[in-house]
Design a protein around this ligand. Sequence first.
Ligand code: C5P
Length: 309
Amino acid sequence: MSATYSEQAPAKVNLFLHVTGKRDDGYHLLESLVCFTAAGDVLSGELRDDGKITLSITGPMAGPLSLEDTENNLVTRAAKTLQTVSGTALGADLILDKRLPIASGIGGGSADAAAAIRLLCDMWKLDLDAESLDRIALSLGADVPVCLHGKTCLMAGIGEEITELSDLPPIPMVLINPGKAVSTPEIFRALEADGYSQSGLWNTNAEFASGAALCDALADCGNDLFLPAASILPEICDVLSALAREEGCLLARMSGSGATCFGIYDTTEQAERAANLIAAECPDWWVIPTQILCQETRVLSDIGASFPD
Ligand code: C5P
């Protein structure tokens, strides 16, 4: 089948993530600086005029997902919600090229759901306002609205308060996942709630000319989910040490609820060298050199991963 529409689903990276409180319904209030990377999944599709929605999953990370009922996949759920809200009679055959590890703190499922919303708005020629799209996104998961924006944002509330910020430069980065999924609800449950972070710490007007300037500002922040995640999966500490000890590493930190960590490097060569060395040393880890997505890099090119088959 030749797909006629295609949409990128870039990985989301939480450059910092502060938990600032908890709502009565159990969801946590967050403040997080989110950026996107040139690495990501790719969703493509063909139009159907009978209203049916199908999903097939390919790619190096398709494994565990292809065993699950695709009706439960966030892509199918996003498509069906959009179909209901818009009232369209159209359908789609969708193909998800899964390159990001699942349940890994870089928004794989959320990025895919957001890509489905963007792709189908285009395919079905929908003209829904931004507020309705954000509402649909939030109904699918707390990280889906930020992924729908797909650019550097400060995210607050449980994920629904989004402030788009100035683009960051295409800063070199390495993403590493130790090959083990962690459960987001479990990490939030393990969070010690006896002291939340203060909110409003990030200067939303700040502009950064380099990775070094960004990392200076990020030094005052952290990821509040790191300790609970590392207590459940201590290998996260090994990943951080591996990133930090390579030449040129300016910052190594966990993204989201883990287990994926990112390293920011001074130069692209250093990021590539670090990724090659670590991948050779730890062949079971998913290791990928990439860069922060900005206007110049938004046209995504080769986003293959070095995860072993
Ligand atoms: O919304 P999403 O499916 O991504 O969230 C998964 C789980 O993570 C939620 O059911 C909740 O337990 C926890 N969570 C939270 N606070 C958030 C986001 C997620 O407690 N802001």
